[in-house]
Design a protein around this ligand. Structure first.
Ligand SMILES: Cc1ncc(COP(=O)(O)O)c(C=O)c1O
Length: 393
């Protein structure tokens, strides 16, 4: 890649990211093209963001039309209201608050829960969770490496063990429980149905709010519109972000009436939240994803992807487990083989993949991935795994 861009990045950009030396120039479908014209199969989608891949007509069409970009939330704009209506009519929720990212959505959800809880201020979060990097969301994020340098975070957050109901204690001033139905950063781990259903029962029994963070696993990623629909459990609040804007920044907090009744004007706000351009694009993304044929294809291609991964578990000793659903999959490696080695080998095979906690390869491809792409993926993944195996030998 261009040395000049690399040098300017290190001179002018805050050095909080470890970047791979590739300079992206364009994309089409599920393919990304670098500055040297090399095409990569994108199995990461900008970390679960580019839900419709690149240059999707549904997004291009909206962007090509003239329209307002921003006016502020001091006035009304129709696209914001229309997107909110769609989200409510297709979920448990009755109201939506728009913001600009996943961490902001969680931050807002925590505020809403505390407002509702009155004197009850505590929140229960889980091991291996990831909810974002601002002070409230970070306080609910388990990884000490992300937390410790910034403590003290907001108080009142206690951790229980994911998928272990016995570890959950709702005594003494708990307002809400926050949980990812499928943990992403934590290693692509799905909640057990018993666990989420049990949490719902416990929250109901103690009049505690249940928050689902579907920032990564929501909006078609898990094969249904919402991941929670795989479990037959509804939350009181749900946070969304990544895929909703098809690449533009947007976050959303979906809430039921019980929560909304505790809120009043002035409790929360966002300058940019739910602007007319981003909500027009998000509406188009939502309408594209929320089609039975689209979601059926995510499930079907996802199953095919799961079978490919399972074959790799059988072929390679150091590949321990394939887990996931829809188009959210993890491939856990033996702890002696750093997942970073596999990510690098995949790159040499012209494929973008992600790592996650638990030494797990993470796949979050655009939701428009087709069967033919999975075939290409299988060939390239096997070659990458082989390369890592040879290096071990
Ligand atoms: C489950 C979950 N919640 C929240 C976030 C934070 O989202 P953002 O990076 O948009 O702030 C992430 C990001 O990876 C996430 O995976």
């Amino acid at each position: 890649m261009s040395q000049a861009v690399r040098e300017a990045e290190s001179q002018f950009i805050v050095q909080t990211y470890k970047r791979t030396p590739i300079l992206w120039e364009r994309g089409h479908g599920v393919w990304l093209v670098d500055s040297e014209g090399q095409e990569y199969l994108d199995m990461a989608a900008g970390i679960a963001v580019n839900s419709l891949g690149y240059e999707h007509p549904a997004i291009q069409e909206v962007l090509a039309k003239p329209g307002l970009i921003h006016t502020s939330n001091l006035y009304y704009t129709a696209p914001q209201v229309e997107l909110a209506r769609l989200l409510c009519e297709n979920s448990f929720a009755s109201k939506v608050f728009f913001c600009n990212s996943g961490t902001e959505a969680n931050e807002g959800a925590l505020k809403f829960a505390r407002k509702w809880g009155k004197e009850r201020r505590e929140v229960v979060a889980f091991s291996d969770s990831f909810h974002g990097r601002t002070m409230g969301a970070l306080a609910c994020t388990a990884n000490p490496r992300y937390r410790q340098p910034f403590e003290p975070l907001i108080g009142g957050v206690r951790f229980a063990t994911y998928n272990d109901l016995d570890s959950v204690n709702l005594d003494g001033g708990v307002a809400a429980v926050i949980v990812e139905p499928i943990q992403g950063e934590g290693g692509v781990r799905s909640a057990d149905a018993d666990f989420l259903q049990g949490l719902r029962r416990m929250c109901d029994a103690r009049d505690v709010l249940l928050i689902f963070d579907e920032v990564q696993c929501g909006l078609g990623r898990a094969g249904k519109l919402w991941a929670y629909q795989n479990y037959g459990v509804e939350p009181d609040l749900m946070t969304l972000a990544k895929p909703l804007g098809g690449g533009l920044p947007i976050g959303a907090i979906l809430i039921n009436d019980k929560v909304h009744n505790a809120l009043e004007a002035g409790d929360h706000g966002s300058t940019f939240g739910g602007g007319p351009l981003v909500t027009r694009v998000a509406r188009s993304v939502f309408e594209t994803v929320n089609q039975p044929e689209f979601l059926a294809q995510v499930e079907q291609v996802g199953e095919q992807l799961g079978q490919v991964l399972q074959r790799m578990v059988e072929k390679f000793d150091y590949v321990r487990e394939a887990r996931g659903r829809g188009l959210m999959w993890g491939l856990a490696l033996d702890e002696k083989v750093p997942v970073a080695d596999l990510v690098a080998a995949a790159l040499r095979q012209k494929m973008i993949v992600l790592s996650s906690g638990g030494n797990t390869l993470r796949l979050l491809p655009p939701l428009v991935l087709k069967s033919k792409h999975v075939e290409i993926f299988e060939t390239r993944l096997e070659a990458a795994l082989q390369e890592v195996a040879l290096a071990l030998a």
